[in-house]
Design a protein around this ligand. Structure first.
Ligand code: F6R
Length: 610
């Protein structure tokens, strides 16, 4: 969600903070701000808009300081304007804070502050926390203690960094529910909510745990809980390269990430799937192997695109392992007192590993005694750490807000998980080998599709002015239709809906007229003929049909207005290939409409608030 960065060390802080903010802009971006501590003063600049807008208003003297904090905001409480932008200060202007998360009891705390004659200038919950820390500092005379005391009274979530003029050799970072990483350089420290802001300084990091804080001085750091119990956090190494978070010649991160899929998909099964015998080895799950074998039911929980992957996973696991699977929106699961038994296996799927709803679902499932597994992309993220075991996606950093390569990597991992469980329950070696060989063909087949991206660009140009679109698919392609529709609405702001193709006649057919593009996933599989009937029904009402079809299908060309073909594969693997043209369609429509593809309005990459 919001991006946080803080620096203490011998170098100029402001350029380091700005680079960090630029790298994290994809996380949240309606306003940005910086605070540096210089000559007993807090110098604060903040602006609604992009980091580039902030740079224009920076004072020149801000370039000679060695301590500071920065923030990119994604508004939760209060409009995105200059006043609500972070950093926020206490009432005396000596203590500044940047915050990611939500202080749920901020109204009660604000009342307490008002009773003490302290006012807030902004509408934010974060400023309330800053003023509260200031009030406690005045009472206690110790900044660390004031932060600890405040955080113990706070309900809600926070990743925060505090600096002050009262102790200009001190930076305090703390987290609960929002990620925070302490980068350990040579005589310098950089704290950030995202490893991308740290990697150009150091690879050595500590992922702060829940309710943990770091007290950082130029001479060193300590970690402890917010209740002041010392902790001994391990130093870990950032696993990706700087080049992976740069655009590398592509117009947008999203396009780069779409084009990375031949290799990211391959990375998802390399070293896990033996192509010769089809055996799957998921090392991250080995300690939970017996629990998985004995599972009576599997529940998959996730949000958004990851939830769509979960729906494909349901199909795969039930097909290959014959174990009942339920898929739940994490946001619903967490609140409906779900029936979860100790012999259930719950899988949380998340690109970021920080989605608040999914994390809460993980905690709920663990509380109820289930074995909880993670399928997560971001190494060291909270969900990866809080699950009993897991499988990383290995898709590399995904910067574009609309998830693309993480989705296909989720399908890659889910397919192998389905095989892994299937193999525990007697899945035949022939079937394992056949699937493995088809999986191994997918990277090349994805590449074949990407090589024809221009065909989709031509189709997209014709529909760029449409205001609605329907996406229809059957069986395992229903979630693909949902995902195609989500991609389009997220980045092009065109209203789009996904349905199981047969549901069209139960309602959505009323929408069909000559202005309605209908995207059919019409690959030559079990229900192909039934999908063709749906296409005829749309044609009969003058709707425009865009078909994603199997290579060599001549008939479909006679019934669809546009056909984009994909190579033939097993039907259970077909969602991987069918989703690529839909990503391209959404991308080119958005570009044609002049939308900001990588930073769509109102969206943030990792949704760390409820
Ligand atoms: C869509 C998208 C979102 C996320 C959702 C869950 O393109 O990116 O729908 O899929 O917010 O995020 P993760 O997977 O990080 O838990």
């Amino acid at each position: 969600m919001c991006g946080i960065v803080g620096y203490i060390g011998p170098q100029e802080a402001v350029p380091i903070l700005l680079t960090g903010l630029h790298r994290m802009e994809y996380r949240g971006y309606d306003s940005a701000g910086l605070c540096s501590v210089s000559n007993g003063q807090l110098i604060i600049s903040k602006r609604a808009g992009r980091v580039a807008d902030l740079e224009k208003v920076l004072e020149p003297n801000e370039h000679s300081v060695k301590l500071g904090i920065g923030h990119t905001r994604w508004a939760t409480h209060g409009l995105p304007n200059d006043v609500n932008a972070h950093p926020h200060t206490d009432a005396s202007g000596r203590i500044a804070l940047v915050h990611n998360g939500i202080i749920e009891n901020y109204l009660a705390i604000r009342k307490q502050l008002e009773n003490a004659g302290l006012q807030c200038k902004s509408d934010t919950d974060s400023e309330v926390l800053a003023v509260f820390i200031g009030m406690l500092y005045d009472k206690l005379g110790d900044l660390e203690l004031a932060v600890q005391t405040a955080l113990q009274e706070v309900d809600g979530t926070f990743g925060l960094v505090v600096v002050s003029t009262v102790d200009p050799d001190l930076l305090i970072a703390a987290r609960r529910g929002s990620p925070l990483i302490l980068g350990i350089g040579k005589d310098e420290y950089i704290v950030a909510s995202d490893a991308s802001a740290i990697i150009s300084h150091t690879r050595q990091v500590i992922y702060l745990a829940e309710n943990e804080m770091a007290v950082v001085r130029r001479s060193g750091y300590t970690t402890k809980t917010i209740a002041n119990v010392a902790t001994h956090s391990e130093i870990e190494e950032i696993a990706f390269e700087l080049s992976q978070i740069e655009r590398g010649g592509f117009a947008h991160f999203m396009l780069k990430e779409i084009h990375e899929q031949p290799s990211t998909f391959h990375d998802g099964y390399r070293g896990r799937l033996n192509i010769e015998d089809g055996k799957v080895r998921l090392g991250g799950l080995s300690k939970m192997q017996d629990r998985i074998r004995e599972a009576k039911r599997i529940i998959i929980t996730a949000c958004g695109t990851s939830w769509h992957a979960a729906l494909v996973g349901e199909y795969l696991i039930e097909q290959l392992a014959r174990i009942p699977v339920e898929v739940e929106y994490a946001s619903e699961f967490r609140y409906r007192d779900p029936i979860v038994n100790p012999d259930d296996v719950v899988i949380a799927i998340s690109q970021s590993g920080e989605t608040a709803d999914t994390l809460a679902a993980v905690r709920e499932a663990r509380r109820k005694g289930a074995t909880v597994l993670g399928m997560v992309n971001v190494v060291g993220s909270t969900i990866a750490r809080e699950t009993d075991a897991g499988v990383y996606l290995h898709a590399g950093p995904e910067i574009g807000v609309a998830s693309t390569k993480a989705f296909t990597s989720q399908l890659c991992v889910l397919t192998q998980f389905a095989m892994y469980v299937g193999q525990m329950h007697g899945m035949s070696p022939e079937l394992s080998r056949t699937i493995a060989q088809h999986i191994d063909a997918l990277p090349g087949q994805i590449q074949e599709i990407l090589d024809r991206a221009d065909e989709m660009r031509t189709i997209a140009k014709q529909y760029a002015r449409s205001t609605n679109a329907l996406y229809l698919g059957r069986g395992v392609h229903f979630p693909v239709a949902l995902e195609g529709a989500l991609k389009l609405k997220e980045i092009s702001y065109v209203h789009a809906e996904g349905y199981p193709a047969a549901e069209m006649k139960h309602g959505p057919i009323a929408l069909i007229d000559e202005n309605m593009p209908v995207v059919f996933i019409a690959t030559k599989e079990e229900l192909y003929d039934k999908v063709l009937s749906g296409i005829e029904e749309v044609r009969a009402r003058r709707g425009k049909v865009i078909a994603i079809a199997t290579e060599g299908d001549e008939h479909i060309k006679t019934v669809a207005d546009h056909v984009f073909t994909i190579p033939s594969t097993l039907s259970i693997l077909s969602p991987v290939l069918a989703s690529i043209p839909l990503q391209l369609l959404a991308y080119y429509v958005a570009v044609e409409r002049g939308c900001n593809v990588d930073m769509p309005r109102n969206l943030a990459k990792s949704v760390t608030v409820e």
